[in-house]
Design a protein around this ligand. Structure first.
Ligand SMILES: Cc1cc2nc3c(=O)[nH]c(=O)nc-3n(C[C@H](O)[C@H](O)[C@H](O)COP(=O)(O)OP(=O)(O)OC[C@H]3O[C@@H](n4cnc5c(N)ncnc54)[C@H](O)[C@@H]3O)c2cc1C
Length: 371
């Protein structure tokens, strides 16, 4: 990293989805912004992201376009038999995109708006009036902490937090899409595990997220490469269609899913947390990135009143995190409870297929850009 980073209104720590979006929104609000990111390049990270209507509204308000596939349905399928349980129209505009495409669009928008993006800038520590990067100590005033669940900002604002292993791991992989694969998000549910499958990039690739219950998570790393054979073994009891998709996986990452809860404090001495730093979100409702987009937009509006920002955001993200945790339980039912739930879903599919999706109206219809 080179050049002075002292003369700026706002430092943004971390160039993920939250940080880059905040940089765009802050620049549009007339602030001088410097973004500090430890990675030497914003590299291609192979994973899909579903942008729900509440997140799409933020991208639209900031004029950011990202290559995506429009989702035509959310489709629950019984994993072991491959039998359809319920296929619901998505409640609004769902966009299935590659995280790297989203990050590239946000980076271009942030730089285009005049943000100063510093790569290879690892923040070791934040103090009440400075940012410590190696031997350099940079004076600071306002700082947006968007450096994720284990970042320096959270360590400064909420030093006491500890994550808890949820008893679940998630694999992420991509495979070429078979011809005519439906443009829908499929959730293949089963005892103790589920698999999410959806197309990206013009429908040419499928994003796979497989979740399995485990008693232990021994790895030091938050995320690591894994042998695709482990993913195949976890879903060996699933339908032929799924097993043939998994046969094509040649590289996979494994995450231990940690529950951190919503951070108890979000602001200290001019540092305000947003995105995963404030509320690391389990992936069972596909909302982590969407909540990060909302946070980023709103912190730019409430930069000078972080208490108002927190009062606005805390109830909503707490509710979203609870809804995600409920989904994990519902997807992994076993035995008689699973059979009863599947009968209910198939009946609902006949009489009111969209009623289930309507349960999340409060989540998807929310417009952070209004007002
Ligand atoms: C398996 C899985 C599937 C998911 N699927 C979805 C989905 O479909 N839809 C959805 O909305 N969400 C999804 N999520 C959640 C989503 O990925 C996160 O909630 C979202 O990326 C959070 O963004 P962020 O910008 O807050 O944090 P991050 O993406 O973690 O970004 C933090 C940035 O800060 C940088 N950084 C960290 N420490 C430092 C430091 N000390 N100095 C400088 N820079 C630093 C990092 O390098 C990184 O660039 C999923 C998550 C998982 C695990």
């Amino acid at each position: 990293m080179s050049g002075s980073i002292a003369t700026t209104d706002v430092h943004v720590l971390g160039a993920g989805i939250a940080g880059l979006t905040a940089a765009v929104a802050l620049r549009r609000a007339g602030r001088e912004v410097t973004v500090l990111e430890r990675a030497p390049a914003l590299a291609e990270v192979g994973a899909g992201i579903q942008i729900a209507p509440n997140g799409a509204r933020i991208l639209d308000a900031l004029d950011i376009t990202v290559d995506h596939v429009v989702s035509e349905a959310i489709h629950l399928i019984d994993g072991p038999t491959g039998r359809s349980l319920i296929r619901m129209r998505p409640p609004g505009d769902f966009r299935m995109c590659h995280r790297a495409d989203l990050i590239a669009a946000l980076r271009d928008a942030a730089i285009g708006a005049g943000a100063d993006l510093r790569l290879d800038a690892t923040v070791e520590r934040i103090t009440p009036d400075s940012i410590v990067l190696g031997s350099e100590r940079v004076p600071r005033e306002r700082l947006i902490g968007s450096d994720g669940a284990r970042g320096a900002a959270r360590a400064f604002v909420a030093p006491k937090y500890e994550g808890r292993f949820t008893g679940q791991v998630a694999w992420r992989a991509m495979v070429p899409a078979p011809p005519d694969w439906p443009r829908e998000a499929q959730i293949h549910v089963g005892p103790g595990r589920h698999l999410v499958v959806y197309p990206l990039r013009g429908g040419t690739v499928l994003n796979l997220v497989g979740v399995e219950e485990r008693t232990e998570w021994a790895a030091e790393d938050w995320s690591q490469e894994d042998d695709p054979a482990n993913l195949r073994t976890a879903f060996a009891g699933y339908s032929d269609g799924i097993r043939s998709l998994l046969a094509a996986v040649d590289s996979v990452h494994l995450w231990g899913l940690m529950d951190h809860g919503v951070t108890e404090a979000w602001t200290r001495d001019g540092v305000t947390l947003i995105g995963d730093a404030a509320h690391p979100t389990l992936p069972f409702l596909a909302q982590g990135a969407n909540l990060a987009l909302e946070d980023a937009f709103l912190i730019a509006r409430h930069l000078d009143d972080p208490a108002a920002y927190e009062a606005l955001r805390r109830p909503r993200v707490t509710r979203a995190l609870a809804a995600a945790a409920d989904n994990a339980r519902n997807y992994h039912l076993r035995g008689a409870r699973a059979r009863a739930a599947h009968v209910a879903l198939r009946m609902a599919a006949r009489v009111a297929p969209d009623a289930m999706a309507a349960r999340y109206r409060w989540l998807y219809e929310y417009d952070a850009t209004a007002g």
